[in-house]
Design a protein around this ligand. Structure first.
Ligand code: GLY
Length: 551
């Protein structure tokens, strides 16, 4: 049975590897975003002499124009950087709860979806100050040069497949949102040319004022008014007070590679490193890529890691997140001991939260430049089209990041995640994230992998599988992001598989007690790999239709 499964899985894999296009190649650098126009905006900046930080900013701003479902100046994010001289750094520009937020604001709210749609869902955006801070600290070209490609895109671009599909799912909200974003009530279809005139002006003001107009000036007033008119509590004072934070990365190793990743308030880096440490105790290629054995091992590992996430993680400026303990040899060994090859268990076996999707609202950009600077930047407005609140004069679409807190105790958020008081709403607090921008350095120091994803909690498990595909299975970047993936986040008790997973693997997983859910849409991983002094290769995930751009 297992042999037959392996054969079928291998056939599926060979088919898939044959179907994956070759990875893009760059002699001196590469930008992999989840939209070709955003990758090209970043590559243009590399070509103009910019470094990886400049290119990541350009790609993020361009993404905010052409992928408004997923990011923009109304959101926030994280960047993990490794500089040519070996500095390892993290910039946290995650949204925070407004000063008037309260722990019971969503319990008291009349609308059940108040943490997802409308003004109350809006966290104080960190993107404007964050991108400026990234530029001030690590950028090299003038900001106006870096913003220019996004301003040009705002004058007109063809709607991509991912945006068209997101817009088509909006139902009766579609025309109003189209009017606010594109100045036309007719919901545009794929390939149709649209313009974002107001956003273009906002980007010019962002460039001229180095973000200040969005935090202290007339655009800040436009944003605060729009949020308050939609029932929210965000004020200009909240926008002015927002400060990005430079943090120490979480650093570990996997099979000799250094892993430099995101600390809390993301759960991403810690869950990723804990799971990688558990998996390091197993010889993965012998299980077979895409096999039930491998997916079961992943599922058991992830359930422990996500149970720890729910129990212990939140804003490190408010609670003590026991990062060292979660990554300790003792905790990793304990998880390994509890993994049984033949079966899965009930939820409580993995842990209990004390008190108790479809991806669209996030995107990831991986960049490597010719000097070896690596930037992994993930940015988000949370779920697709965020809170659906658009500031009318400036065209900025606002996030719904408040839903990443435990808005109502015991009630899962938009991604089905449960949590504890560790992630409660509090004024000025940062909601727990899953974003996992990560840079890996090879044992000899010569190669780098820059990786990350969009997709809520799928971010962590998908990023991990792409890392394993490259390091353990020797896949090139295109094969690594194209290969079928699985996901498990402990609660709900479901093992998610994507479209390419073989029916045989699915059957064998059911036989071990897993409830299987086949997801029509998974996550989107972008990866760039340096090739030992011989240029860089990279890939954007075909699931979202992205394409990298080399230089
Ligand atoms: N809003 C998605 C995340 O931060 O995980």
């Amino acid at each position: 049975m297992r042999r037959a499964g392996l054969v079928i899985s291998l056939v599926a894999l060979i088919g898939l590897v044959a179907a994956a296009p070759p990875p893009e190649f760059g002699r001196r650098g590469m930008v992999a975003a989840d939209h070709r126009l955003a990758s090209e905006a970043g590559a243009l900046i590399l070509e103009a002499g910019g470094n990886a930080a400049d290119a990541a900013i350009a790609a993020a701003l361009a993404s905010g124009v052409v992928q408004p479902a997923g990011s923009g100046l109304g959101g926030g994010g994280f960047a993990v950087l490794v500089t040519p001289d070996g500095e390892q750094a993290v910039l946290d520009f995650r949204e925070v709860a407004p000063a008037a937020a309260t722990q019971s604001m969503f319990v008291d709210a009349t609308a059940e979806d108040a943490s997802r749609i409308g003004g109350l869902a809006v966290g104080v955006p960190g993107e404007p100050s964050g991108l400026v801070a990234l530029h001030e600290r690590w950028g090299s070209l003038p900001l106006r040069t870096i913003v220019r490609p996004a301003i040009q895109l705002a004058q007109g671009f063809a709607v991509g497949a991912h945006l068209a599909s997101g817009l088509s799912l909006l139902g009766e909200v579609g025309p109003g949102l189209s009017l606010a974003l594109f100045g036309q009530a007719a919901v545009p279809s794929r390939g149709e040319r649209v313009r974002r005139i107001r956003l273009g002006r906002t980007l010019s003001a962002f460039s001229r004022s180095r973000g200040r107009d969005l935090t202290h000036g007339s655009i800040a007033a436009d944003i605060a008014d729009a949020v308050q008119d939609s029932g929210g509590v965000l004020t200009v004072a909240d926008l002015s007070a927002y400060t990005p934070v430079e943090r120490e990365p979480v650093v570990g190793t996997y099979r000799g590679w250094s892993v430099i990743t995101m600390p809390p308030p993301s759960s991403g880096g810690v869950v990723l490193l804990q799971a990688l440490s558990v998996l390091e105790g197993f010889e993965l290629p012998s299980l077979g890529h895409g096999s039930a054995d491998l997916f079961h091992l992943y599922a058991e590992t992830f359930q422990h890691a996500f149970a720890d996430r729910a129990r212990y993680m939140g804003d490190p400026d408010r609670i003590d997140v026991p990062v060292d303990e979660l990554l300790s040899v003792d905790r990793v060994s304990e998880i390994r001991r509890q993994i049984i090859p033949g079966r899965t268990f009930d939820r409580d076996h993995y842990g209990t939260a004390i008190d108790i999707g479809r991806d669209a609202g996030t995107l990831h950009i991986s960049v490597l430049d010719g000097e070896g600077m690596a930037v992994a930047l993930t940015t988000t407005i949370n779920t697709g089209f965020g809170s659906q609140v658009v500031a009318p004069r400036s065209g900025v679409l606002m996030n719904n990041q408040m839903d990443d807190f435990v808005a109502r105790p015991g009630v899962p958020n938009a991604y089905g995640l449960v949590g504890s008081a560790a992630n409660a709403v509090a004024p000025g607090a940062r909601p727990l994230s899953s974003m996992s921008p990560t840079v890996l350095i090879s044992p000899d120091g010569a190669r780098r992998i820059v990786v990350g994803a969009s997709g809520g909690p799928f971010i962590i498990t998908s990023t991990l599988q792409v890392i394993v595909n490259i390091i353990d299975f020797g896949f090139d970047p295109a094969e690594a992001v194209s290969a079928p993936r699985m996901h498990h986040q402990w609660a709900p008790e479901k093992l998610f598989i994507d479209a390419g997973v073989s029916p045989d693997t699915e059957r064998a997983l059911r036989g071990r007690g897993h409830e299987i859910y086949r997801m029509p849409f998974f996550s989107s991983v972008q990866v760039v790999v340096s090739e030992d002094g011989a240029g860089v290769t990279g890939a954007s995930d075909p699931r979202k239709g992205g394409w990298p751009a080399g230089w």
